[in-house]
Design a protein around this ligand. Structure first.
Ligand code: PMP
Length: 364
């Protein structure tokens, strides 16, 4: 009996999901993987031991549902962020993608509109549309910067329900001034999400948007343990906001959405924040080495406050990407003409990338 092949079009998929493409950064087992802005340093072994102990303890009670309000973990995040934050101002979920999804489920949805400034994090439109809301792509300057006046002008014109400000911005690395956040907040009645996934890689004296929370009940500052904390596989993201906003997220989350094992692992890791973050300076040094070296090779490196570098002047990004792939180095073609993006790895991985790029020659 021949199987009938069912195509997506044959299924009663939601009309507004037809034609959409899922998030799809290639996951290839190459020796040097610098394509999704992970921290490529493993968790230090003394911390790993402690995390394992915490998971082992949690496992003894795994027959029971976990703490639905993840109280201990919220306290740990409040302590880590500082600025007098308390646990009622903290939310967490399985990666900051889920944190953002919760905000969109509560404040977006059918009939509403969310806006960001392209090029920006590719999941914003996907998450927005998946909740049934409309995505509006605003613009940046040609060098990918975003001034307070330009951002505010676009927000006034579009009047969205939710504004995403990625600070610093992925995939460009571009810093975002607090003045932009203040200006956007002042001209909207909607929710302003500042995505600080890469904040730990910014210069140490640069203030976080967390400092803007007092008196701004519609401001959300999201963070992740996936980047600086070397915890991408554990899937832990979090946000800080007004307690009332945080309370609203409880309406849309699934009960017990953070597993007992996740809560135990993340809380234990946060207890070692200093050690977990000890590789940040080393990664920043590799990032700056990438910027300097690609510039010496004739490319243009965009200023980056993150753990990656977007570089331009690539004649044929697909060809250069493939040539690097063939040399065992995986980076990212983010779809910006004549540009490629690379994550700063360990010193060895960074050397492997830079040598491979140099050997590709003549800007492929
Ligand atoms: N925000 C930005 C800007 C990102 O680059 C990423 C990861 N690429 C995320 C959020 C999501 O990270 P996670 O779900 O792993 O916390």
């Amino acid at each position: 009996m021949g199987e009938v092949t069912v195509r997506l079009d044959d299924l009663p998929l939601r009309d507004d999901l037809r034609g959409m493409t899922p998030y799809g950064a290639p996951q290839a087992a190459l020796p040097v993987a610098l394509n999704v802005n992970e921290n490529t340093h493993p968790v230090p072994s003394e911390v790993a031991d402690d995390i394992l102990d915490a998971i082992a303890r949690a496992l003894r009670d795994v027959n029971r549902y976990p703490d639905r309000e993840f109280t201990g973990l919220r306290e740990a995040f409040a302590d880590y962020l500082g600025h007098g934050l308390v646990r009622e101002q903290i939310w967490a979920a399985n990666g900051s993608n889920e944190v953002l999804q919760h905000v969109l489920q509560a404040f977006g949805g059918p009939g509403r509109r969310a806006m960001g400034f392209a090029p920006t994090y590719s999941m914003y439109p996907i998450l927005t549309r998946a909740t049934g809301a409309e995505w509006i792509a605003g613009e940046r300057e040609h060098d990918f910067t975003l001034s307070a006046a330009f951002a505010a002008e676009q927000v006034v014109r579009e009047n969205p329900d939710i504004v995403f400000l990625c600070a610093p911005n992925n995939p460009t690395g571009t810093p975002l001034g607090l003045d932009v956040i203040e200006a956007v907040y002042a001209v909207t009645d909607g929710i302003v999400i500042v995505d600080e996934a890469y904040q730990e890689f910014a210069p140490h004296d640069e203030p976080s948007a967390v400092t803007l929370l007092p008196g701004r009940p519609r401001l959300v500052v999201s963070r992740t343990m996936s980047k600086a904390f070397a915890f991408a596989g554990a899937r832990v993201g979090y946000l800080a906001a007004d307690p009332a906003l945080v309370d609203a997220l409880r309406l849309v989350r699934l009960p017990y959405h953070l597993s007992a094992l996740t809560q135990a692992a993340a809380t234990a890791a946060l207890g070692h924040a200093d050690t977990m973050l000890s590789m940040v300076d080393e990664i920043v040094a590799q990032r700056d080495r990438i910027s300097a070296t690609v510039a010496a090779l004739g490319y243009t490196a965009h200023e980056s406050w993150t753990n990656f570098v977007l570089f331009g002047g690539v004649d044929d990004p697909a060809a250069t990407w493939q040539a690097l792939y063939d040399r065992g180095v995986l980076i990212r073609d983010v779809g910006i003409a004549h540009h490629l993006r690379v994550t700063a790895g360990t010193a060895d991985e960074t050397t492997a990338f830079l040598d491979a790029l140099a050997s590709v020659g003549s800007r492929a």
